[in-house]
Design a protein around this ligand. Sequence first.
Ligand SMILES: [Zn+2]
Length: 192
Amino acid sequence: MVIPADALPTLLASMLGPARTTRRANILDDVFAEVSDQFWAFLAPNLWWLILLLLVLVILAFPILGRGPNSTKRDPWRGFRFAAKETVMLRAGGRCEAPRFFVWGRCSTVAAEVDHVIPWSKGGPTVISNGQALCASHNRLKSAIFPPWWYVHGLERRRNRYAPKGSKVRVRAVLNDEERASRERWSTNRRK
Ligand SMILES: [Zn+2]
């Protein structure tokens, strides 16, 4: 069908004309009003429960405070090796340190990896105080999740039971002076 050019403005006007637009807008308004009425009718009696649920979820996901890291900058040393790896493994007695269920129990599998408690990708440094021994499947499960406060507390509580006397069980995602100094020594030696 060929539309004559001089008929186009009239045609467009009839398509977008005021009468049509208003009718469509009215229908949309009605639908919107209906949906929002139903939404509030459902929400209003349940609002307190939903706020409470949200609050609980926020509290459960909250990270532990005051343990670092001090920045999100990634540690140039990524993996646990040599003495650091050995110390974490010894502290764990070679067994996975993950809980069996939330904060209860302890995984009974042999540890395969030393992993960062506060993830390396989130600024957690590769230091003994930020290391945990994990089995292969717990290591895969954990990935790069920033652990909530209760995970860290649970880990420390379990460690108090199995870690050899004198070993440091507290999780800290910060380099101590000794570690900083030993890294400096290492890099100066390498440059020589
Ligand atoms: Zn495990």
